[in-house]
Design a protein. Sequence first.
Length: 67
Amino acid sequence: MPSSTGRSRIKRKPPRGTLVRYEDRIVEVLGEARDQRIMIRSIHADGTERLTAVKLNNLRPLDDQLF
């Protein structure tokens, strides 16, 4: 089901190492967490790397072009 912005959501758990979009960042999938959550690694604007568990339905596939 497309979101209100017209972007599709990821419906199945992506394999480890997959790059996906989360909010305004491109993140790396690290693995499965609890319930419908996925562990991701992201780099924030201040340069810090963070590991976060996010809900699967908040991840979106990358567009055809990264930059």
